[in-house]
Design a protein. Structure first.
Length: 274
């Protein structure tokens, strides 16, 4: 449990933050401080060698230029957040095994919570090599369908943390199965969640019923001002001090606000029944 709340009372959420244009260490730290001030207790950031600019990779292996850049970002984040603040990185499934190890070794001294998608999840043997070489936990799973897809990675201990996405892995029950199997083999779980408050609350219900191997559920919509307005029936703000209280009403305990949903449709998009 965390922050004085049992696992049945609330679900911890971690904040994912990416950048569209600016990838300087200063931009990362500015975002980190802003998000931390909002009460989030875990942060995850994108970090890829390409952000270092031209000549960042040679044959899928990060160059000295890329490594120097990546270390500068992580060092700046660690300095801004403090040594004890949980910090994770998303590496985008790019590059080679050797490149992944070089990157992982470079950021190893900074005590990361995990590195996500360090190579393609389908490269089972490659992930086994990386996981056994690096001290930082390795996480993957957002593109994996059903518990059967996770089974080889878990049984072979090719990763340390599973990250099923409820909307793509098979729904509520399939996500729970991934959690159970992960726990059986001594792995942690941190569900991937880049979705509406409806899917987020569904994840919260699942997370609240998981074992002690749960780390947190992802929150991916800090830049969407109307995100929590999409639902009614739950106290707001939905996320308080990095946690979401589990709704007690029937079903998921929330209702879709159709007015808000219609107002924020993408251009050319139709509502469900239209």
């Amino acid at each position: 449990c965390h922050a004085g709340k049992t696992i049945a009372d609330a679900s911890r959420d971690y904040l994912f933050e990416g950048f569209e244009e600016f990838y300087t260490p200063e931009a990362y730290t500015e975002a980190a401080k802003r998000i931390k001030s909002m009460g989030f207790t875990i942060l995850k950031f994108d970090l890829h060698p390409h952000y270092a600019g031209k000549d960042a990779l040679i044959g899928g292996i990060p160059t000295n230029k890329a490594i120097k850049y990546e270390k500068s970002v992580v060092e700046a984040l660690r300095e801004a957040l403090g040594d004890e603040f949980p910090l994770a990185l998303d590496a985008y499934q790019g590059g080679t095994i050797e490149g992944a190890i070089r990157f992982g070794k470079a950021v190893e001294p900074y005590g990361l919570l995990w590195i996500e998608d360090i190579i393609d999840w389908r490269n089972l043997e490659g992930l086994k090599i990386i996981s056994r070489t690096l001290k930082t936990p390795i996480l993957t799973g957002e593109d994996i369908y059903t518990v059967a897809g996770f089974k080889p990675l878990i049984e072979e201990r090719a990763i340390d943390i599973t990250a099923p996405d409820m909307l793509t892995c098979g729904g509520i029950m399939e996500t729970k199965k991934v959690g159970w199997l992960s726990d059986l083999y001594g792995l942690s779980i941190a569900p991937h969640n880049a979705a509406s408050p409806i899917a987020t609350i569904a994840n919260v219900h699942v997370a609240a019923s998981m074992a002690e191997n749960l780390i947190a559920v992802e929150f991916h919509a800090v830049a969407v001002p109307w995100w929590e307005d999409l639902v009614d029936g739950i106290s707001k703000p939905i996320i308080k001090d990095g946690y979401i209280d589990v709704p007690e009403g029937p079903g998921l305990g929330i209702e879709l606000n159709e007015k808000v949903a219609r107002k924020n449709l993408m251009e050319g998009e139709k509502f469900f029944e239209e």
